[in-house]
Ligand binder design. Structure first.
Ligand SMILES: Nc1nc2c(c(=O)[nH]1)N[C@H]1C(S)=C(S)[C@@H](COP(=O)(O)OP(=O)(O)OC[C@H]3O[C@@H](n4cnc5c(=O)[nH]c(N)nc54)[C@H](O)[C@@H]3O)O[C@H]1N2
Ligand SMILES: Nc1nc2c(c(=O)[nH]1)N[C@H]1C(S)=C(S)[C@@H](COP(=O)(O)OP(=O)(O)OC[C@H]3O[C@@H](n4cnc5c(=O)[nH]c(N)nc54)[C@H](O)[C@@H]3O)O[C@H]1N2
Ligand SMILES: [Mo]
Length: 759
């Protein structure tokens, strides 16, 4: 079945495969970092820029949300952080000439990689109705166009205000304020596709939708379980923390259908010995079947319950609710069913149990491998049950650790970017700003797509991100987007969402995190919150990519003034001039931000309060930490099908593609690959190196197809397959979402592999 990669993409996708690596970081990572950075920035700018990342007077790395250690190395960044910075600090530019040379239709045929590689956007651009090209437009005219379309709507709920997770606290706070003064809670965000399942499960069970550990806790833990996460690629600095935890005596269990290089062996580039030899991180690797985690934790809970003295009785009786019902459901866990669901052996689970029982302080870390399934919320609740049983929440060295993605995705939510805001938050806004915020829930990402599809929403505004590529069911999403009256993207770089437009479209170029932000009162700082609830300042130093850029904050302020006019009593002009005045308001509206301006002056930042962590207080409906009971679920596959997870390669940041290699998985020069267990491949007659179409099967009867993937025999769990996002988003049905959180189930797509027609 040998064949050719699909035609029509200007980027040659011709994968070469060398097999998985067993160690991450080290010298090759440094060499690779500098090469990528210098291609984008040149040698001098590379040195100047990379030295500022995550330093106390520098900017927050736009890479991921992993926290900064107290004692920072001179180079507190990682290969992938450096790539994120290089993408933003690139010297390449997308000017009006570029748009004059390319029609929108032409841009729509280009790959995401090609679009991103063109560089930074320099001018506000407007696509008039019926026009073929974007043309330069003044900022004033751009705001007029948005105001025209917004005021023409039948109801404010026909507008959608999306946010990606790089937006600063200041800009996010004003953005949600503007949307609510305008009259809608339609604030879908990337979190809806990301850690929403974590937020849903944690708010219900412990009363706070965020993780309960600080970096120091990892150093104090006896046992760290890393489930459904690939930190070697997506949170490389986490490996240093795990290395330190191990040096302090912690043991690590990794739960993953794939053996990921970073979790096997980590070569710390910041220590000479680590650079060459590296430390083995994982003590026990549980190669689980996709979606088997709830069953695994359920059985572990049963085994804990059956072990004399293993339950922390005092904690359970003083601090929890729902124990009896939970214990009953856990006792019913079945060994055979668990072995089927997980694909693990009895010996492996026994070994895990021994490690769990030997630990007085346990942390569970997780990311998208746990959050993007139909049963993600009950899975994460089961993790909470597991920790509660042995009193592992609210004491040092123990707790829940959902590891966030975008560098300020957690902060954006804290600032009120949420389609289902808490009434107390709206009350506080009402008190502070003197208007009546809408109380009805707005649309999340999936509902926003349906609303556009069904003509219930007509204006789509995005503060960052790449909505059409990041969302599920690409064809449905793109068709929905094209029905809009107006699409607006505030962006740093060109992406596919600029080419799939409503009747009219605007692309508004903005400052990145690395750039100096000069306003009326002088140079501004912004603030961000990391994955562990630490808030700190970020100050850009580089000259902006173009003189025509506005900061996200300035864009919101000017838009609000234009759209809301005299009806708004909010001092938008003052906010734009001096971001400290925004922080004064945040301090009065958002709990935990008292004295914000004074506290952010501390270069180390400050920790937001977290009642379960700080005082073992659980602000839930019952006033206690809630055990929960739910039936065990796991995916059941029809004959001859595989369960596909869509994940990240080492050379991408979400929909931004840095390059065509996935070094740790031994794949070069191509992204259209599907990783299949060799035994499954043999049964299905799929030779390594052959080409196949991925066809997803869903209960709506619609067959979704992604053509031309090279089969790679790879040691993933049986019955499972893996391929990269966003190329495979076309396969994820819009309605296939997690219960409760409504997150697209992009880690469990039932597929059949069909010989490529191109062969
Ligand atoms: N360089 C870089 N850094 C990033 C990003 C990036 O794209 N590039 N993205 C950022 C964002 S927004 C996010 S959310 C994070 C994402 O960080 P990750 O969640 O690490 O990202 P994914 O590539 O989606 O990897 C999911 C992992 O879960 C495993 N997995 C899949 N299904 C299951 C399952 O059912 N059970 C278990 N136990 N494991 C499973 C996969 O094998 C894989 O190792 O990274 C952030 N950081
Ligand atoms: N199939 C599948 N789909 C997924 C996932 C998956 O694992 N599988 N993961 C999901 C997850 S976890 C997430 S978080 C989403 C990500 O969804 P998004 O956040 O919407 O996507 P990104 O690719 O991160 O957005 C990249 C764009 O953001 C813009 N940008 C970058 N920096 C800035 C900035 O500072 N300001 C502004 N205004 N714009 C900026 C650039 O123009 C760039 O092109 O995708 C989700 N989609
Ligand atoms: Mo994410």
């Amino acid at each position: 079945m040998a064949g050719k990669p699909p035609q029509g993409d200007p980027v040659q996708d011709a994968p070469q495969v060398a097999g998985p690596k067993h160690a991450a970081a080290g010298l090759p990572a440094i060499g690779h970092t500098l090469r990528v950075a210098q291609q984008q920035m040149g040698v001098r700018r590379t040195a100047l820029t990379l030295l500022r990342v995550n330093q106390k007077d520098g900017f927050d790395c736009p890479g991921c949300a992993w926290p900064e250690p107290e004692h920072r190395h001179k180079a507190e960044f990682c290969e992938n952080g450096a790539k994120a910075v290089a993408e933003e600090a690139t010297l390449r530019r997308v000017t009006p000439d570029f748009f004059a040379a390319h029609t929108v239709a032409d841009l729509a045929t280009r790959s995401g990689y090609w679009l991103g590689q063109q560089g930074r956007l320099t001018h506000p651009m407007y696509l008039a109705e019926g026009a073929e090209h974007y043309a330069p437009v003044s900022w004033e005219r751009a705001f007029d166009i948005i105001a025209e379309e917004l005021t023409a709507l039948g109801s404010p709920d026909e507008a959608l205000f999306y946010t990606s997770g790089r937006t600063s606290n200041e800009a996010a706070f004003l953005y949600q304020l503007f949307a609510r003064e305008f009259g809608t809670n339609n604030l879908p965000d990337c979190s809806n596709m990301c850690h929403e399942s974590s937020g849903s499960a944690l708010s219900e069970t412990i009363g706070v939708g965020k993780g309960s550990v600080l970096l120091e806790d990892l150093y104090k833990a006896d046992l760290i379980i890393v489930a459904g996460q690939n930190p070697g690629t997506n949170h490389p600095r986490m490996l240093s923390a795990l290395e330190k935890a191990k040096a302090n005596g912690a043991r690590i269990i990794t739960v993953n259908p794939l053996p990921e290089a970073g979790m096997e062996r980590f070569k710390n580039p910041q220590t000479p010995q680590g650079m060459f030899k590296g430390a083995a991180l994982t003590d026990l690797f549980l190669q689980i079947r996709i979606g088997g985690d709830q069953a695994l934790f359920r059985l572990l809970n049963k085994l804990i319950l059956e072990t004399e003295g293993a339950v922390d009785e005092a904690f359970v009786s003083e601090h929890t609710h729902g124990y009896e019902e939970f214990a009953q459901s856990a006792r019913a866990a079945d060994w055979d069913e668990t072995l089927t669901a997980t694909g693990l052996t009895r010996a492996q689970i026994d070994e895990a149990l021994r490690m769990v029982l030997a630990s007085k302080r346990t942390i569970v870390c997780w990311a998208m491998g746990l959050t993007q399934h139909k049963h993600s919320v009950p899975t994460i609740r089961e993790v909470v049950n597991f920790l509660l049983l042995r009193g592992n929440i609210g004491r040092p060295g123990a707790g829940v650790c959902p590891v966030r993605g975008h560098s300020n995705v957690q902060g954006d939510r804290t600032m009120g970017i949420f389609e289902r805001p808490a009434p107390a938050f709206l009350d506080a806004l009402e008190r502070e700003f003197g208007f009546a915020p809408p109380r009805e829930h707005g649309y999340d990402v999936v509902r926003a797509i349906r609303a556009m599809r069904d003509d219930k929403a007509k204006v789509f505004f995005a503060m960052g991100g790449n909505f059409v590529s990041a969302s599920p069911d690409t064809e449905v999403t793109e068709a929905a987007m094209r029905r809009a009256r107006l699409t607006v993207h505030v962006s740093t770089k060109l992406n596919r969402s600029h080419a799939v437009t409503g009747a009219r479209a605007l692309v508004l170029p903005t400052l990145g995190r690395t750039e100096r932000d000069l306003q009326g009162s002088g140079e501004q700082i912004v603030t961000v919150e990391d994955s562990m609830g630490m808030v700190h300042a970020s100050r850009g130093r580089l000259e902006p990519a173009s003189e025509h850029l506005l900061s996200e904050t300035a864009i919101v302020c000017r838009l609000a003034r234009r759209v809301l006019g005299d009806e708004s009593r909010t001092p938008w002009e003052e906010f734009e001039k001096d971001y400290a005045t925004i922080r004064d308001r945040i301090a009065r509206v958002v709990p935990g931000f008292e004295d914000f301006n004074a506290r952010v002056a501390d270069p180390g930042g400050f920790a937001l309060p977290h009642a379960p962590r700080d005082e073992r207080r659980f602000p839930t409906a019952t006033g206690k930490a809630n055990f929960t009971a739910a039936p065990v679920e796991y995916p059941k596959l029809p004959e001859g099908r595989l369960l596909l997870q869509t994940l990240r390669s080492h050379d991408q940041y979400n929909t931004t593609i840095y390059g065509l290699d996935d070094r740790y998985r031994g794949i070069k020069n191509g992204r259209r690959v599907v990783l299949v267990n060799p035994d499954d491949a043999r049964e299905l007659g799929l030779a390594d190196g052959s080409y196949t179409d991925l066809v997803s099967e869903w209960q709506d009867g619609v067959e979704r197809r992604a053509p031309g993937f090279r089969v790679v025999h790879y040691p993933t769990a049986r019955g499972c397959a893996a391929a990269y996002y966003p190329e495979t988003n076309v396969l994820v049905p819009l309605d296939a979402t997690a219960d409760t959180s409504n997150t697209p189930a992009s880690k469990s797509v039932v597929v059949r592999l069909e010989q490529s027609a191109a062969n």
